[in-house]
Design a protein around this ligand. Structure first.
Ligand code: ZN
Length: 395
């Protein structure tokens, strides 16, 4: 499969120039495969700079030891603390130069991998991603999110290509807390709710394919997640890990920039400004899906969105995804903070504006505090007010 695809559509605007980074050049997956990967890493470079989070590195250390000890590789280790931020990248640039690194190896969750990919992109070096949890598809994608040192989302960067090598070792993923896979399910299932809104009407072959893959991904997750979470390491568990780490990445790869995130990720981005690191990416995104569906219900009277929200609430309860602000440890959020989150979510460059209708600050706040509302009566569908705020928000 070609790694890059360039296509010009009939209208020559800057948006119509479509560059796709479809997939990593190579994906290795299996149980315990990390131990056998040093020669494949060496094909990309013999002086790897390992970029990791301190916590995930110590959890993964036993699994990483064989490649760290491999004679053909001269490893140096560095951390991306405090976050995937401009300050961390500056420190890592220095570390890469000092070590004369010729390949970057990211080990960890989404933020460690985003940092490693962006560092490699900036230094024009190959990159290997080794996810230690199934919490996102960051190991696959040609995209990095940049945060402040305090963990607030600032911007994302599209990269020239997907990683050169992705090593998915199920033994390693199994060491991660169960909560990370649950979050990964939340992040992956968002693909359907966002891609169907942003691109569901597209007539472009690859985008149709991406949207349909997102539907398949949703169905796999709805059907298999509960069983997978009950038996870590089982076949069905590996299938769900593949869904969150790999298939979710495939959709972003085929769909490209036009098959964008919509309100669920926009709400996530807003929430990072008050949540800090109290909840993980996929948990905030999962809650964001409910907010998006609530907006579609309230502002469009969309019955399908209403049914989808009820279905997801049941699913979330089964697997432990957050249904409301209190589940994100934001039960005590003040009205001012909520307003701040909504304002950031609605900033002019936000993907929330890809919804087929416009959303006011008040409407967004109303949706954010009513994600668990029972099926709407006509009255509540048509009358958007902040009256629900009192039950969830203290002034
Ligand atoms: Zn995401």
């Amino acid at each position: 499969m070609p790694n890059q695809l360039t296509e010009k559509s009939s209208t020559p605007t800057s948006n119509s120039l479509l560059t796709l980074a479809v997939a990593p050049a190579k994906v290795m997956r299996g149980s315990g495969i990390l131990a056998d990967s040093s020669s494949i890493i060496k094909n990309l470079g013999n002086r790897p700079l390992l970029v990791a989070g301190k916590k995930s590195f110590s959890l993964a250390e036993t699994h990483l030891q064989p490649i760290m000890d491999a004679k053909e590789l001269n490893f140096a280790k560095s951390y991306y603390t405090p976050d995937c931020s401009e300050a961390s990248l500056k420190t890592l640039h220095k570390a890469a130069k000092e070590h004369k690194a010729n390949v970057i190896v990211g080990v960890g969750g989404g933020k460690a991998l985003d940092t490693a990919k962006l560092l490699a992109h900036q230094l024009n070096l190959p990159v290997v991603t080794i996810p230690t949890s199934a919490a996102t598809c960051a190991a696959w994608t040609a995209l990095s999110n940049v945060y402040s040192d305090d963990g607030a989302f600032i911007y994302d960067v599209g990269l020239a290509s997907c990683p050169d090598l992705l090593i998915l070792d199920y033994e390693l993923i199994k060491t991660a807390p169960q909560r990370t896979l649950v979050a990964g399910i939340g992040d992956a299932i968002a693909k359907w709710y966002e891609a169907s809104v942003s691109s569901g009407h597209s007539e472009e072959t690859l985008i149709i394919a991406a949207v349909q893959q997102a539907r398949v991904l949703r169905d796999i997750l709805l059907q298999k997640s509960s069983a997978a979470l009950r038996s870590p390491g089982s076949d069905i568990w590996c299938q769900v890990v593949d869904a969150t780490v790999l298939l979710a990445g495939v959709i972003g790869g085929i769909g490209g920039a036009q098959c964008r995130t919509v309100a669920a990720h926009a709400v996530h981005n807003g929430l990072t400004h008050v949540c800090g690191r109290g909840s993980i990416h996929g948990e905030k995104v999962a809650y964001g899906i409910l907010v998006q569906l609530r907006l579609e219900e309230m502002l469009q009277g969309n019955q399908l969105a209403m049914a989808a929200r009820q279905q997801l609430l049941k699913f979330y309860a089964e697997i432990g995804l957050p249904q409301k602000l209190a589940d994100l440890d934001l039960g005590e959020i003040t009205l001012t903070q909520l307003q701040n989150v909504a304002q950031i979510t609605l900033n002019p460059s936000s993907d929330i504006h890809r919804l087929p209708f416009s959303v006011s600050l008040e409407q967004l706040m109303a949706a954010m505090v009513s994600t668990t509302a029972p099926i709407d009566t006509k009255e509540s569908t048509n009358c958007i007010s902040l009256s629900g705020l009192n039950s969830e928000v203290e002034q």
